[in-house]
Design a binder for this molecule. Structure first.
Ligand SMILES: [Fe+2]
Length: 176
């Protein structure tokens, strides 16, 4: 909400969804106020359904902050979307969905759910150690995910990382 308000009149605008070229992009708020956990409200799920119904023949990418599937890190997965089954139940009725993209996990993830590409982006700050039971920082360098959306529905994507870690990053930190 704060981000939404602060972006209200800048060059970057908050939108629920947008069409660009042959693609439809839908952005969902998975945050819970004053909590690190994640949930998609009934209102948000209804918005998703409405936007999907509005363009059934347009390749679609859905973006949200938190992971809708487990990452394999116990501590991080306490913050996965807690009603992801409802989310996937909607998506299953809309075959135009080609991909789902999220952040939050500070590590790279690239998988499939049926024929839908599931992707997370690494963080542009510290990385979290994949597969870790408790909070742990990885020595992998900050990075980003690039994406190309093709007219035939194909997603080309990859991760780029900077060459070296800044000396300012505290690898023994208890949290970031
Ligand atoms: Fe986060």
């Amino acid at each position: 909400m704060a981000l939404q308000q602060s972006l209200d009149d800048g060059p970057i605008q908050y939108v629920e969804h947008t069409h660009h070229g042959d693609w439809h992009f839908i952005f969902l708020d998975s945050t819970i106020a004053d909590s690190e956990k994640a949930h998609l409200s009934q209102e948000t799920l209804q918005t998703l359904e409405t936007h999907l119904q509005s363009a059934p023949d347009t390749h679609t990418l859905i973006c949200l902050h938190h992971q809708p599937v487990p990452t394999g890190s116990e501590w991080l997965d306490t913050m996965a979307v807690d009603n992801a089954a409802e989310f996937f139940a909607i998506i299953e009725n809309h075959p135009q969905v080609r991909g789902i993209l999220w952040g939050h996990v500070h590590q790279e993830f690239d998988g499939m759910y049926r024929n839908i590409r599931l992707m997370s982006s690494p963080s542009t700050c510290v990385q979290f150690l994949p597969g870790s039971k408790e909070f742990a920082v990885d020595t992998a360098t900050p990075g980003y995910r690039w994406l190309e959306f093709h007219p035939d529905g194909r997603i080309e994507t990859g991760v780029e990382r900077i060459a070296a870690l800044s000396g300012d990053i505290e690898l023994a930190s208890n949290g970031y």
